[in-house]
Design a protein around this ligand. Structure first.
Ligand code: AMP
Ligand code: GLY
Length: 426
């Protein structure tokens, strides 16, 4: 089987890496890919937003399966465009991807199906939104969210009425998140440990993958601005044990899949639940309609089954009942460019990649890299995801940090405390 992976970050490198290990997969293409992906896959210079360009190229190359990394092509309907040329798509239809594409939809859906989530209100107009934000039923802090896709930036925590009003105005009046902010969700602020549970589903069967935790803040001790994720590990079995995972499966994942099917929005692909583990039980912070990044980089390496075969079966509606999961642990440390997550520098030469990759239990996933002659240079804010595996979390982290020690580029920064959050809180 020949497979096209859509996207060009660390998550897509992990998908390409996993597909490359799959006996069922022959040729791998990636659009647009990056310098690391290009070592394994043939990369095409087509952006993930060019749905018809992707479908045309996939058709010309007789691709059997397209695996979609990022959310935007899914919410724009890439599955239907591929269906027109008879190519299977791993990733939900636009009708199902709305679970990520509209937070308002997701919240109302959860209310309809009795899925635990923070109390909320949805507003389409400025005046009532401001009025509510200044005095929410549940008091402060409160959370203001842009309804649509905002690259992880459309969530604003507010401690006071003035902050909440400002946040609503930022979304609805200033258009800081474009059309994504013309509708806002105002919700109760929850507290607890955060964890991610991803499940593969063909719309009916559910394969729950090991839970993971990512580290969203830029600096150590969970300080500083939010990022796309500075590191992650799996399994996060200390905060989320087998009993709790069972509870999440029954109270969140199962009713979501069944509810989407009942609403004629059959969800096929990977359902990502971002959860807050509160004293009153798990509560859904968000759904995503694709693999998390960097969560994919720590969960995919734990799947021992043939990933190509698995993703094709999900796309085809014939998912197996279970997959083989390794009992090892995985961790990833993201190396970021100077300035990230704000304006960052790029074009710096990356040294030490070969030495890092030569270490045992290490894979270096490229996120924002490009080839410049014979140099590999930085092109993105998150440059590399250095991953390690081991018999326990400490061993996985040790492998990852050993490899980090081999790599350098001007302005490189990373967190030295990945994987240590729960211990610190105890
Ligand atoms: P989201 O994109 O909705 O997952 O939000 C991004 C981040 O904001 C989450 O990972 C949480 O850290 C935080 N967050 C979102 N909603 C809430 C909430 N209701 N209470 C507390 N924190 C939240
Ligand atoms: N790591 C969070 C996400 O992929 O949305």
């Amino acid at each position: 089987m020949d497979v096209l992976v859509v996207g060009g970050g660390g998550r897509e490198h992990a998908l390409v890496w996993a597909l490359d290990r799959s006996p069922s997969v022959d040729k791998i293409y990636c659009a647009p890919g990056n310098a690391g992906i290009a070592q394994t896959a043939e990369c095409w210079d087509i952006t993930p937003g060019d749905l018809h360009g992707l479908a045309r190229a996939a058709d010309e190359h007789a691709v059997d399966l397209v695996v979609v990394g990022p959310e935007a092509p899914l919410t724009s309907g890439i599955a239907a465009v591929l269906d027109q040329v008879g190519i299977a798509c791993f990733g939900p239809s636009a009708a199902a991807a709305i679970l990520e594409g509209s937070k308002g939809f997701a919240k109302s859906f959860m209310e309809r199906h009795d899925i635990p989530t923070a109390a909320f209100r949805v507003f389409h107009d400025l005046t009532p939104a401001v009025e509510f934000a200044r005095g929410p039923d549940w008091g402060f802090p409160t959370v203001v969210k842009a309804d649509g896709l905002a690259a992880g930036k459309g969530v604003i925590m507010c401690d006071t009425a003035d902050e909440a009003e400002q946040a609503v105005r930022l979304c609805m009046e200033d258009g800081a998140f474009g059309a994504a902010g013309s509708t806002v969700v105002i919700e109760q602020c929850l507290s607890g440990a955060e964890a991610t549970v991803m499940a593969l589903t063909d719309g009916e069967r559910l394969i729950v993958l090991p839970p993971s935790q990512d580290h969203k803040q830029a600096y150590e001790g969970d300080q500083g601005p939010n990022t796309g994720g500075m590191g992650a590990f799996a399994p996060a079995d200390d905060v989320l044990d087998a009993d709790l995972l069972e509870q999440i499966t029954e109270r969140v994942l199962r009713p979501t899949i069944d509810g989407m099917a009942a609403e004629d929005r059959r969800f096929q692909g990977v359902l990502y639940a971002g959860l807050m583990l509160t004293d009153d039980g798990p509560s859904v912070l968000e759904f995503n309609c694709r693999f998390g990044d960097p969560e994919a980089e720590v969960v995919l390496p734990l799947i021992e089954s043939d990933i190509g075969e698995l993703l094709a079966a999900i796309a085809d509606g014939t998912a197996p009942d279970a997959v083989t999961i390794s009992d090892r642990h995985a961790a990833i440390v993201v190396l970021a460019a100077e300035g990230y997550p704000a304006k960052y520098r790029h074009g710096d030469t990356i040294e030490g990649l070969a030495a890092a990759a030569a270490l045992d239990d290490v894979v270096v996933f490229h996120a924002g890299t490009g080839q410049d002659g014979d140099r590999i240079v930085t092109t993105g804010g998150r440059v590399l995801g250095v991953s390690g595996t081991g018999d326990d979390r400490e061993a996985a982290l040790a492998a990852a940090y050993r490899a980090v020690g081999e790599i350098s580029f001007d302005g490189m920064h990373y967190r030295r405390d990945i994987g240590h959050r729960n211990q610190e809180q105890e």
